[in-house]
Design a protein around this ligand. Structure first.
Ligand code: SF4
Length: 309
């Protein structure tokens, strides 16, 4: 399948043993596909005792007490990869890439939960999404594609990425009215306006996350408890993070018909990362690992933001 991709996509290479914070230490329960499981059984890797079947019926890797993968060796390399001459399970072989399939086209990208991918994405100096025109026969999807293109142009022409984020959330409200009134042909007339800091208040949102989502790391819990605001990220880094979020999430509103909540979700992740800690790359990585990579956490936040409208 031909996946459309950002310009930086093909420049990514896993840092493996040189990685500053390996995904194999992220604390994720990684499902192992059946074919790879059968193959691993033949290579003397003790795969049955190092995996278990979870409540969804998936075979997943047991984690060590420090929540690292049992196959991560002292040099930061995967012993299964070494034993099998490079065979990884489906999820590990794709990570940190994500894939989205829409009516008429498919897209892929890199997740900022990987520090190497985050460094690549945050350091972009030109627009890495120069052509977001998409062919589709789905009317709502076509509307969202045009709106996403306009949003990217706005973000790259607005000197202050914080103002761009506020305009994005306001624009989400304008687009929502067009969807609700069935006026999709008027997408070019929705306006960007700086309507001030969007709700919810960041302190309230952090408390919601603490009380209603699954927390993987104590570092994340500690940062959420800190109500102080530690501004971080250069304007260029913040712009790159905002466009990453728009590229990844904007079109998902085709499933819910709720672009306002999607824009509020993008705005909330952006604001969280900016105020969590002094190291911006670390902050976006944590937001991604703790929220983006947990479907239930994403659903809880989307639900919370929809109720706040
Ligand atoms: S986090 Fe990224 S760079 Fe590090 S080991 Fe995983 S895929 Fe490789």
């Amino acid at each position: 399948m031909n996946y459309l991709r950002p310009n930086y996509y093909d420049a990514f290479t896993c840092s493996a043993g040189r990685c500053t914070d390996s995904c194999c230490r992220a604390g994720w329960l990684i499902p192992l596909d059946a074919d790879t499981f059968e193959h691993y059984k033949t290579v003397g890797a003790d795969i049955e005792s190092n995996t278990f079947t979870d409540s969804d019926g998936d075979r997943v890797f047991n984690l060590r007490p420090d929540r690292s993968c049992p196959y991560l060796d002292a040099d930061g390399l995967c012993t299964l990869y070494t034993k099998t001459d490079g065979r990884l399970c489906e999820i590990c072989s794709k990570y940190p890439r994500f894939f989205e399939e829409y009516d008429g086209f498919s897209e892929t990208g890199l997740s900022v939960s990987c520090p190497t991918a985050a460094a690549l994405i945050l350091s972009q100096t030109d627009n890495p999404y120069p052509d977001l025109r998409r062919e589709t026969s789905d009317e709502l999807l076509g509307f969202l594609c045009r709106a996403r293109e306009r949003t990217m142009k706005m973000i790259f022409s607005e000197p202050d990425p914080d103002a761009a984020m506020r305009k994005l959330v306001f624009y989400g409200g304008e687009l929502q009215e067009l969807i609700d009134y069935g006026e999709l042909e008027l997408v070019g007339e929705a306006e960007f306006y700086d309507g001030g800091e969007p709700s919810p208040n960041l302190g309230e949102a952090k408390r919601f996350i603490l009380e209603n989502t699954e927390i993987l790391s104590e570092r994340w819990r500690g940062l959420l408890k800190n109500d102080g605001e530690n501004a971080s990220g250069s304007p260029n880094e913040r712009r790159n993070y905002l466009t990453y979020l728009v590229y990844r999430y904007f079109l998902k509103a085709v499933n819910t018909e709720d672009i306002l909540t999607e824009c509020r979700f993008i705005g909330l992740l952006y604001r969280l990362a900016e105020t969590l800690c002094g190291d911006y790359a670390e902050a976006v990585k944590l937001v991604s690992r703790e929220i983006e990579h947990d479907d239930e956490n994403v659903a809880a936040l989307i639900d919370y933001l929809a109720k706040e409208e």
